[in-house]
Design a protein around this ligand. Sequence first.
Ligand SMILES: N[C@@H](CCC(=O)N[C@@H](CS)C(=O)NCC(=O)O)C(=O)O
Length: 344
Amino acid sequence: MNSISGLPVRLCLAGATIAALALSSGAGLAQTLAAIKARGALACGVSQGVYGFSIETPAGWAGFDVDLCRALAAAVFNDPAKVHYVPLHAADRFAALQSGTIDVLSRNSTWTMSREVELKLIFPAVTYYDGQGFLVRRARNATSALELDNVKVCVQGGTTTELNLDDFSRVNNLKLERISFVTVAEAVKAYDGGRCDVFTADVSQLHAERLALAVPDDHLILPDVISKEPLGPAVRQGDEQWANIVKWTVFALVNAEELGVSSKSIDQEVRSDKPEIKRLTGAEGNFGEQAGLTRDWVVRIIRKVGNYGEIFERNVGLESRLGIPRGLNHLWMDGGIVYAPPIR
Ligand SMILES: N[C@@H](CCC(=O)N[C@@H](CS)C(=O)NCC(=O)O)C(=O)O
């Protein structure tokens, strides 16, 4: 009788101990935003250098992924420059997040199930719908990836790219010899130097790396796209406040584009009488404050960094040196799949 009635008590105690441990280790606490504010800068993990996405220039870090770090810093500090950039290669990126070295990873990372359930991360939103492709020498006269048999393929290790390549070779019965490198610079150099016949990566990265080759025009991206690579920022599990800030910053960028609110129009839009724009700018409602920011958090972001379309076009789109067509990354109302829930 005693042992039966004692059982729930022991279970209760065990539950309390686990909860106390979780709190003392920081999990479950809304502490990331407070730490960022105390530090005076956001620690943002980026790539070591993918042109158009995150690249260090004489004027500082720039690119599509960097602009998300800048948008977060604009939301928190009203200053997009308050970012400490931590360049990471593929194999190190998730450990840097788990250890607390960075607050957010914004580095062409694919949202996958294992990265959430096994690595205990969260991908709050997709910023770029991508897929894996192949770069080859024009002289090869290949028109499809299915013609690539008995070839050596250079790839960066610690990526979904490696895994997809193995699947693709198995499914299509192709002999693709995978040569993996720790850094992208090594992989690209090996391909350019002739050690590999093919370089494989997400298509967006192929556009960027092609520019780094000795003669870019001697190489082409094959039309095949062999995987789904929804790229987006990642955060640690256990801090919903911070995950929400990252998620709603992405959604605010998309909603702003949808509503025609841009860095050029924001000073007029703050006086708009359209209900959706009033909620976006904070003229109505206090959603930003509820998230731990300010009422005008979206105004801060759009004024300093621009909306989703502006970020896409200036860094990687047709206005940029990369010239990537928007394709799937058009807004849903323009034939793409970029869609954000409403701010209300
Ligand atoms: N999206 C894939 C691939 C990401 C990736 O790391 N791609 C390489 C290929 S270009 C890259 O961006 N490297 C840049 C770096 O290591 O700095 C993933 O999340 O695993």
